[in-house]
Design a protein. Sequence first.
Length: 255
Amino acid sequence: MAILPESKVLLPLYIYPSPGNWDPLFKSIEAYPALEFVVIINPNSGPGSEPWWPNTDYVREVRKLNAYPNVQTVGYVATTYCKRSIEDVFADIAKYVSWSSDNRYPGLGVTGIFFDETLNLFHEDVKEYLDAISIKVKNSEGILGFKTVIHNPGTAVEKGLSDPGPDITTVAEVTYYDFKSESFQRWLSRSPYGRDRSSYMIHSTPEGNVEDLVRTIRERAAYIFVTDLEMDYYHSFGSSWDRFVLAMATEWDSM
């Protein structure tokens, strides 16, 4: 029987990094060195600005994250459904670029950008906007590594936005019950992206259903986050965190 394909944890880490607050993540990273984590860093609805940034807690914990070989950090940038000025988006990207060149804090850079609240319906202006911000990341030397670009419309996008499209698109950011609905699955089936370019973020998942859900969506998405939390689901780890990570790391038989 075939083995279920591996997927990476795509974690929106919007928890303030007071000492100890990110320990559940560090413990999981160390416990499962073969499991890869893509961690979205969001200091202040984006990279933050002076005088708040540089922030001692973020500097300390992000550098610690970047020291792990199975971790990739990406910076959060809001697009406000493509209504935010492209100059402001570029300015946020530039701030993340500056992290990697700040000699005071070696090891602080990010390897990509997570663009939140992108649109899913094709329009020439939307495509031009999304292509421009993606290209900006790819052309920014201070974004390290693979310069990964992630768009988060939270639902399937129309095909016109997928050429070339970002590296990864979050095609599902919904509750467990919405995800299981026939109407959502019917819409999701229209996604132009294959498994390797798709991410799912499913919240409000009954704890007892976490393993089965992970097994199901590992067939369909290479980047996954599942939590039992029903609100503020990116601001704490929730009681299902350990169960989710174990399910991600387990070599299941294909369903």
